[in-house]
Structure formats: C-alpha cells, structure tokens
Design a protein around this ligand. Structure first.
Ligand code: IVH
Length: 787
C-alpha cells in the first residue's frame, strides 16, 4: 500500500513542528506551546506512523519515548575502539607538569622548542557512549563495554533530548560521536523528590542515575529520567574530507556546529602552567557546576601530533585525566544526633567513621531536616555515601541499602529486619529541653526556648538589648560573647543582676563603661510594652506585630495567656504568627525567663485595658474560623455561630451531631472529628475563658483605655468560684491594678476564695479589705470596667 501524499506531508510538517517545540523546551528552556497542544501533535504523528509504517523515520520525535522493552541488549563491535584514558592522580599542579614532560619527551622536543598546545576539557562523571550517525541521522548508540564491544542502547539514547536524532548542516556520510551521558544534580534532586512522593526508588547519585538508566532494557525507564549529553570526541568517520578539522578543538567546534552539545568550559592552552591554572580554575568552579566532574582532561590539540604520539596498550599517549580529590566517599554511621543552630533550627547530623573526602577528613555530615532524613532513611550502622563539595557542609547523599545491618526478626523465624529503627526527631531540644515545634509548611523544626536555649542565647541577648528592643547602650556582640562564655549571663534576666564589680573585670571594660552599662540596664527597665514584646524575640514577631499586640491586648499578663485563635483575629496577625506566639508562651522555660525579668524589676510602663474594638473582633463566628478546623470556612463558621453561639457550649455539647445537623454533613463530620481530640477541646475552652476575661476587662465604649484599678495592689488567695487565679490576675492587671504575692500594709485588697489560709489571717490582722469574686467583679464594674 502506498502512503498518500497528504499523510506524508502532514507527517513531515508534524515532525518539523515537534522538533522546533522540543528545541524551545529542552535547549532554550522557553516552551512555545502548552503540554496539551504538544501532546496532541505528538499523538497525531504517532497515529500517522502507526497507520503507515513507511513514515516512521529513525529521526522522528516519536522515537524519543522509546519502544518496547528488550529481552537483552545486542552486541556492538566498535569500529574504532573506545579507549580509556590515563589518569594523573597527583591532584596538585605537578600533575599537569608531569604530563607535559612525558609528551615533550615522546615528541623529542628540546628545551628551546616552543610549548605544546593542548585542548583542556572537563572530565564528566557519567557513562561513556558512542553515537553513530549515517547521512546525519542517528542510527545506533552503544555503551563502551570493554572498549572493543559494547551494548546496543539505541532506544535508550534516543530518549535523551540533548542528543540530536538528526545532525544539522553538511554532516559526513558516517560520523561516530563519543561523549558522556550525565545527569545534573538539580535534575536528580527533583527526580528523587517526585520518585519518593510516588513511593518509588530514588537514585543514589548522578553517575549511577545516568549509567543505570542507559543500561535498562525498558526504554520507558530512561525516558522518565532527566538525562543529558556532552560530546568530547569521535570514532569512525567517512566522507568528511574537505572540511575536516586538523585539531581536537576544531573537531569539537565542528561537532557543536552539527548541533551536538559540547561543554562551554574548555580552552586551548599552551604549556603546562596554563594547564595547571585551568585545573585550579575549574576546581574552584566545581561546586557551582550543575553537574559532577571528577577532574579535567588535557589532550594534545594537534591531530597530527596525536597520531605521532599514538597509544600505549589501551590508552592514548596524547591525553590524560587530571583528577580532583573525590567529593564522595562511603563510610558507616555511628550515631545520629541533632544540632541546634543560632536561630533554634534543629538539624539532624550523622556522626561518621572518619573518612577522607573532598580533601579533608569528615566525621559529621548533615541530614538537612526531618523529611530528608526520613526520605533517605538513614539509620545507625548504615553504610552511607557522603559528599563534600567545595566549602559546602558535608552531607549524606544516600544509604547503600544492601549494607544495612540486619537482625533476626523476633516475630518471624524466617524474616530478618533492620537492626536499628528509623530516625525520629526528638520532641525536645537537646540543648535546653524546650519543646521542638515545626510550623505548617516548614521543613525546619525549631527549639521554642528562644529565651533560654544555650544555642540561641547569644543571639537572643543581642536582640533583647538591641536599639529597637530594650535599647541597652553598650551591650554589643563582643560583650555578649564574654558574658555568656564566662557564665555570667544565661538568660536576659541575668543582665539585670550584673554589677559594676564583675563587669569591670571583663576584657576592654573599664570602671566607667561598666557603670554606664549598669545605668543603661537600669534605665531600660521602664520600657514600653511594645518594645518589651519585641525584645522577647518571638519568631515572626517583628516591631510592628509587637506594637499591635501591645496596643490591642494592653498587658503582658493577658498576652501570655491568649490562645492562638484570639491572637489570630488581631489585625495583621496571621495563623502562623499567632501559632508561633502561642508556642512561645506555651514553653514553661520561656515563662520562667519572663517571670525572672519581671522579678528583676522590668516593668512595661504603658500597660492598659484591652482595646475596646476587641469586643467586636471576638465574635464567635470569627473565633470559630480561626480554630483551624478543616472545612470550617468563614461562611461555615458564621453558620456554626448561629447554631452554637458560644464556644464553651460547643466544647461541652454531648449531642453534637444532632445540634450541627443543619450544617453540610462533611462540615459537621470534620468538626466532630476535630473535637474528638482532647487538646482541641481544651483550646476551645481556653479561648472561651480568655474571651470572657478580655470582654470583662474592656473599657466603656468611647472612654479611652480605662484603668479603673490603677494604683491599687491586690493579693489573691484560695479558690474562687468561677475564675481561675490567673484569670482574676489578668482581669485586675488589665484594669490597671497590680497583683502581688504576699499581704503587707501596702496591699489594698485581698481577693479570697474558699480554703484561703494564712494570707487571709494576715489581711485580717492588718485590716486589709477582703473581697470575694462577686465583690471583685463589682469593683471592676463600679470603677468603670465593663463585664
Ligand atoms: S576522552 C581517547 N574526554 O573518562 C580518550 N573522556 O577513561 C577517550 N570522560 O570513560 C576519552 N570526560 O567516559 C574524554 N572530556 C572527556 C571526558 C572523558 C569524561 C570519561 C570517559 C571515559 C573515561 C576515560
């Protein structure tokens, strides 16, 4: 059956169009059509070729997806052997001089003769292949094999988009191109991320990735891998007489002219010093290159001189590979620990049996973060591949799974299981014991003990004393360094215990500066609430957020107890920031550090009642929305508030499903599930309590910040009927009163509940007026507060 002209023309047009889209996508990184359009054109061409097999040319873009899996690879006899290359393991400049000396000797050059010209290139770390083009069309691709015979991997090589299926320009009748198939490090990382997400095996490193992909019998595997290619030489050539280059560098230029990828990092250089310089220059560039190299290659540039030099066994005398120190090595994991950075970031680190890699002995390698450690599944006892590139921190690249220490399973006589369990990130900070938190969408987990953690304390102190925070003049990083290192200061409160005597003994600290510092610290005690909050260094709380918190909540006591949903209704405070604040105050060690500051006499001077507008912001419809219940959108939260107008009621409701029945089933189910978690119920109750406390402390509408209890000192004792002790405290403080721990003549009121003890006796003796809860509420009302 003959192919109709229309089909032939259409196939040619499709091929041309697909090739141009391919070039735009793979070479220029600038796609010209959408994936859908591309796929449609591609399928049309596939269908045409299937209907008319005569149309299926070897250079058709449809060949890039690979054909059927093979039973085995066919053998390919290399018409020109694929040689290996001598390696110079001396990684110093002398490596280049040694090679040049050998070449000069072989060529019989004397000292007076001019320098030899060399082509210098990178030594790519992938898989060597040979591509055979006949009349400019790729007809066969082979591995090196033993140099004389390789394997026919044409199907796999066709999937490498870098490799032209058809050469540009006037190609020789036969041209064998030699080069390296490789993988970029970033492509590999992206591939591994996706593979891990799909639960597939990840690739150990770019070289194994490249070599392993090309040696797969199923070409679909290679097609799914991000492979690339660089040409660096030729094999058999026929019909390239007129314009055939006379130098290796000219040859590479010609290959580039045919549309083959040739690496840009190459040079023609005269003499050994220029080679040594190239080696050093590329060595410095190595960590920044997107792909791995393990050295550079020098080749005598003149093809005539190459022929004169010839071969010695299986290696040409005209080329050498000048190596770099290995960037990867294998070693065993002795332990996995976590380190805490200056900002509290928690990093898992593998402790290794010492191994020489990248020019140094490495004993620690980072596992980056919890997800990475879990993805790589690194365990104690594992044999791992460690990488150190340039100045980059050494990292564990992958585990060698076959080498994992195993043990007899206790449950199954015939099963073996790993000797060590998978790594889990500790729940508390190894430096200070504070709880570790990981924000939603963040890879990094952090220690929440910002004020007390030894790993963070220097940064925390500098921030605390900073100009925009407590503004303690004279407390710079050198001084903080000394204070912490000598054990004089461990938390911010310790600063206020410093005395001129112990300061003056420090380096570069005279009597006068010590006095100035103590005075500056004393002056900083009467700060504004906004600065004080900022000074605490809560993650995500900058100056402006700190001011918002101070402005709206009015007191530190209230801020310390405010749960996340209430924080989240404040202007410009999002869910992440609100959670970070709540996490900070949930850490008892931070609470202790703040109490110590207050005890040392730090006293924000501008505390006041919560802002009147807060009343509206605290509508349950808003608060419900801020709880983070799945599916509870703004609208659904409003509907919920109409059904259950109070959060405390919601937390205590027993016939919940019935009560929520007007809501869409998915929403009520999500809410019921959420409330099953005790911590969620507790959050709801805490929100309800705090909301009530805030509303009680609000000033009369329109009357600026009311301070009905300003100047009055209270002591609280015993159990109050409905308020918890710290709620009563917050109410009093929000209204401007002070709460003290012991009764004295200066106490204005004792608030007493049931089972009050000695404080009640004392107050009675001293004639201090005694209030019960109701009387306290009256007082708050009577004095201008609002219930
Ligand atoms: S030339 C006759 N150039 O190194 C010389 N080889 O042992 C033939 N390689 O397996 C090789 N980069 O895969 C040459 N720029 C480069 C190279 C290179 C990497 C690999 C090649 C071969 C090995 C040589």
């Amino acid at each position: 059956m003959t192919v109709p002209d229309t089909a032939r023309q259409r196939a040619a047009a499709l091929r041309a169009e697909l090739e141009s889209h391919n070039r735009a996508y793979y070479e220029l990184d600038a796609p010209t059509v959408s994936d859908e359009v591309y796929d449609a054109l591609f399928r049309e061409l596939q269908a045409l070729e299937a209907a008319h097999p005569e149309l299926a040319t070897p250079d058709s873009p449809t060949r890039r997806v690979g054909g059927r899996p093979l039973e085995a690879f066919a053998q390919v006899a290399h018409r020109v052997p694929m040689l290996s290359i001598q390696t110079e393991t001396d990684t110093e400049a002398s490596g280049a001089w040694n090679f040049d000396a050998r070449v000069r000797k072989e060529l019989g050059l004397e000292e007076g003769d001019g320098p030899v010209r060399y082509a210098a290139e990178l030594k790519f770390d992938g898989l060597a292949v040979s591509l055979r083009y006949e009349q400019g069309v790729l007809v066969q691709g082979a591995t090196r094999g033993d140099g004389a015979t390789g394997e026919d991997v044409t199907q796999n090589l066709r999937t490498v988009h870098d490799i032209p299926l058809k050469l540009q320009g006037q190609a020789p009748a036969v041209l064998e191109v030699r080069g390296e198939v490789y993988m970029r490090r970033d492509d590999l990382a992206r591939y591994n991320e996706k593979a891990a997400a799909r639960g597939e095996k990840t690739l150990v490193n770019p070289r194994n990735g490249a070599a392993g992909s090309i040696r797969q019998l199923d070409p679909a595997i290679a097609a799914g891998r991000p492979l690339k290619f660089f040409a660096y030489g030729i094999g058999q050539v026929e019909g390239w007489d007129a314009a055939r280059p006379a130098s290796h560098s000219g040859l590479l230029d010609a290959l580039a002219g045919f549309g083959l990828p040739v690496c840009e990092h190459r040079a023609v250089l005269a003499g050994p010093q220029a080679l040594a310089d190239f080696h050093a220059r590329m060595g410095a560039l190595r960590p920044e290159l997107p792909f791995d190299i393990d050295g550079v290659v020098y080749k005598v540039d003149s093809l005539a001189l190459q022929a004169e030099l010839g071969f010695r066994s299986r290696e040409p005398r005209w080329a050498v590979a000048h190596k770099y120190p290995a960037q990867e090595a294998r070693t065993r994991v002795e332990a996995i620990v976590v380190q805490v950075g200056r900002t509290g970031a928690i990093t898992p680190v593998a402790k290794l049996q010492p191994v020489f890699v990248g020019g140094v002995t490495v004993t620690n390698a980072t596992l980056h973060n919890e997800d990475e450690a879990r993805r790589k599944d690194v365990r104690v006892g594992d044999l791992v591949i460690v990488r150190r590139a340039g100045d980059v921190i050494p990292e564990v690249v992958a585990v060698v799974p076959e080498e994992r220490p195993m043990t007899q399973s206790p449950d199954d006589l015939f099963a073996r299981e790993p000797l060590h369990p998978p790594f889990v990130l500790p729940a508390t900070c190894p430096e200070c014991g504070s709880h570790v938190v990981r924000e939603e969408g963040e890879a990094v987990a952090r220690c929440s003990g910002g004020l007390v953690c030894p790993a963070q304390v220097k940064g925390a102190l500098l921030h605390f004393a900073g100009r925009r925070a407590m503004d303690v003049e004279g407390l710079g990083d050198k001084l903080v360094e000394q204070l912490v290192d000598q054990g004089l200061v461990r938390t911010p409160a310790d600063l206020y215990r410093l005395e001129v005597a112990n300061l003056a003994s420090l380096e570069r600290m005279g009597e006068k500066s010590a006095e100035n510092l103590v005075a500056a610290l004393e002056a900083s005690k009467a700060c504004s609430l906004g600065r004080f909050i900022f000074a605490l260094g809560i993650r995500h709380v900058g100056e402006s957020t700190a001011r918002t918190l101070a402005d709206w909540l009015g007191s530190l006591a209230l801020l310390r107890r405010t749960p996340q949903p209430i924080l989240a209704v404040l202007p410009d405070i999002g869910g992440v920031v609100a959670q970070s604040i709540a996490d900070f105050f949930a850490e008892p060690r931070n609470e202790t550090a703040i109490d110590a500051l207050l005890a040392a006499g730090v006293l924000p001077r501008d505390e006041h009642s919560p802002r009147a507008e807060l009343g509206e912001a605290l509508a349950w419809a808003r608060l419900y929305e801020m709880l983070g219940v799945p599916k509870l959108t703004e609208t659904r939260a409003r509907e919920l508030a109409a059904l259950v107008p109070d959060g405390a009621e919601l937390a205590r409701e027993t016939a919940l499903a019935a009560r929520l029945s007007p809501l869409p089933q998915t929403v009520s189910a999500a809410l019921v599930d959420w409330l099953e978690v005790a911590a969620h119920r507790a959050l709801l109750l805490q929100t309800a309590e705090l909301r009530a406390a805030i509303l009680a402390a609000l000033p009369e509408p329109g009357a600026g910040p009311a301070q009905p209890l300003a100047g009055l000192t209270f002591v609280i004792t015993g159990t109050l009927p409905s308020l918890k002790r710290d709620e009563a405290k917050a109410l009093i403080e929000a209204a401007g009163g002070k709460v003290s721990g012991s009764v004295s003549k200066k106490t204005d009121y004792l608030v007493a509940g049931s089972e009050a003890g000695s404080k009640l006796d004392n107050a009675q003796k001293l004639g201090v007026p005694i209030l019960d809860e109701a009387a306290l509420r009256d007082l708050l009302n009577h004095q201008g507060g609002q219930q």
